[in-house]
Design a protein around this ligand. Structure first.
Ligand code: PBG
Length: 333
């Protein structure tokens, strides 16, 4: 029997009329343990500076990184995601710095793990910070990103990060077959518990602009684009296929990116696969809220919390957000 709802037997405003009944009726809650903090890392000794297009977000040297990780632990953020700012002299066509055992990210991982062994460390597996042209892979003479050549390097990079102590490797490159190759490499090297967070539905989005400025891939990329590997914002069926491939190749978690404009994709993937599903509130999403708040046009805290709660409602089990630490503090106070 389907319930018949009609007025005045039913008044949906009744439950909304007091604070206690609103809270009983509340279906979703945002908590600090939902949040993952993305951190930009620069060489130790470098000056830790703010990203122009992301007020409040800094590039961290190792000292700064440790302080921030300590705060994450204190405010119950379960994991951080590291993104390197590589000096131009180390960017090459073959991206070999991506698997340098003594490189920036392996050092950062070891440093965090030495002080905070229980804080989850997620490392990004992608070549864009390491290539002289800013693409996420090795290119041919026409500029086309070569899939299988890129895979080899991604495998080396994932292994290098796992050796350094990464708990989760997160391929964000959108090459075909990368999860399978990374899983095979990890198994062969006895990293049975290293988790793979696959950026399964990563769209070719213009909301990544401030991130590219932060890691310095904007200038390298110039007028080039990533349409030959990142997904078309017009598509959702393709996201279902991407996630299916990643899960069958051994991904433990899937991710949708960007977040807010793509929450329909989160819902579809969650309903289809019922696996841990994350979304990334990307740089441009952060900057929009931040800029409007600085102008006095939006209330920053309220809008940030509302967007993140919407991620939960859409089915997210975890959210990467540049607001993570601030939100964790707000939630505690
Ligand atoms: C690329 C990568 C991107 C982001 C993280 N890793 C985007 C891109 O340049 O294609 C964007 C994250 C953000 O905007 O916050 N591997």
């Amino acid at each position: 029997m389907t319930a018949h709802y009609s007025y005045p037997q039913n008044r949906l405003r009744r439950m909304r009329s007091s604070s206690f009944s609103r809270s009983l009726q509340r279906e979703n809650h945002l908590v600090a343990t939902d949040l993952i903090y993305p951190i930009f890392v620069i060489e130790d000794g470098s000056f830790s500076e703010e990203v122009d297009a992301m007020p409040g977000v800094r590039r961290h040297n190792l000292d700064q990184l440790i302080k921030t990780c300590e705060e994450c632990v204190r405010y119950h953020i379960p994991a951080v995601a590291l993104f390197p700012v590589i000096e131009s002299a180390k960017k090459t066509l073959d991206a070999k710095e991506a698997f340098n055992e003594k490189g920036l990210i392996p050092n950062a991982i070891r440093t965090i793990k030495a002080s905070f062994p229980d804080l989850g460390v997620i490392s990004d597996v992608a070549l864009d910070p390491y290539t002289s042209h800013g693409q996420d892979g090795i290119i041919d003479e026409t500029g086309y990103v070569l899939n299988d050549k890129t895979l080899e390097i991604l495998g080396n990079q994932a292994l290098c990060h796992s050796h350094a102590g990464a708990d989760i490797v997160a391929p964000s490159d959108m090459m075909d077959g990368r999860v399978g190759l990374i899983r095979q490499t990890l198994e062969e090297n006895h990293f049975h518990n290293t988790k793979i967070l696959a950026y399964s539905a990563k769209y070719a989005s213009h909301f990544y602009g401030p991130f590219r400025e932060a890691v310095g891939s904007k200038d390298s990329l110039g007028k080039a684009d990533k349409y030959s590997y990142q997904m078309d914002p017009a598509n959702s069926n393709e996201a279902i296929l991407e996630a299916k491939m990643d899960l069958s190749e051994g991904a433990d978690m899937i991710m949708v990116k960007p977040g807010l404009p793509y929450l329909d994709i989160v819902r579809v993937l969650k309903d289809t696969y019922k696996v841990p599903t994350l979304a990334y509130q990307v740089s441009g999403e952060y900057s929009m809220i931040k800029a409007a708040s600085l102008k006095g046009w939006l209330s920053e805290k309220d809008c940030a919390l509302e967007t993140l709660l919407s991620f939960k409602r859409a089915g997210c089990d975890g959210i990467l957000t540049y607001y993570a630490l601030e939100v964790a503090k707000w939630l505690k106070s």
